[in-house]
Design a protein around this ligand. Structure first.
Ligand SMILES: [Cu+2]
Length: 163
């Protein structure tokens, strides 16, 4: 019983590892980066996010194009471009990676420098699903992926039972 519990625990670790590889990395603003006018116009980040489907655990990479800050804020603060304290200031060549919470909801980000936010340096991300369960991987993998995962788990279980 102890061994099968261990096998199950390690199988979960394997699943968690596979899940990690399934997350998507997004470069915010693509080639424009995290920036303000004249590099962008108001609404640019809305358009950037519009055709994407974000999942909990996905990573947003903010690459600073110019001198900016980054703050995760409430909808009210997003709407009003509140001058909250930021958690990452930086300039050209610097950046910050933010992992989206594994919880469905809308997450808001702004730059708090000068009037950058008012001018359009603000981002709303709608997380519509999460990958946190791990077992969710079993519901919709491609046949090849499913086979590969099964093989990994099977090998792992055999390895453990053999010891
Ligand atoms: Cu800025």
């Amino acid at each position: 019983m102890g061994r099968s519990s261990t096998a199950m625990a390690l199988a979960l670790v394997v699943l968690a590892f596979i899940e990690c590889e399934a997350v998507t990395r997004y470069v915010v603003g693509d080639g424009r980066g995290w920036t303000a006018p004249p590099n962008i116009t108001a609404g640019f980040y809305d358009e950037w996010a519009a055709n994407k489907s974000f999942e909990g655990g996905d990573t947003l990479e903010f690459g600073y194009n110019g001198t900016h800050s980054l703050a995760a804020v409430s909808k009210e603060e997003y709407d009003s471009c509140a001058k909250v304290s930021s958690f990452a200031d930086g300039t050209n060549g610097q950046g910050y990676a933010y992992q989206l919470p594994k919880k469905v909801g809308v997450y808001y980000f702004i730059c708090t420098i000068d009037s950058h936010c008012e001018a359009g340096q603000k981002l709303a991300i709608n997380v519509t699903s999460t990958t946190s369960a791990g077992f969710a991987m079993w519901s919709s993998p491609s046949p090849l992926t499913s086979g590969a995962i099964s093989m990994v788990l099977y090998t792992f279980a055999l390895f453990l039972l053999g010891h």
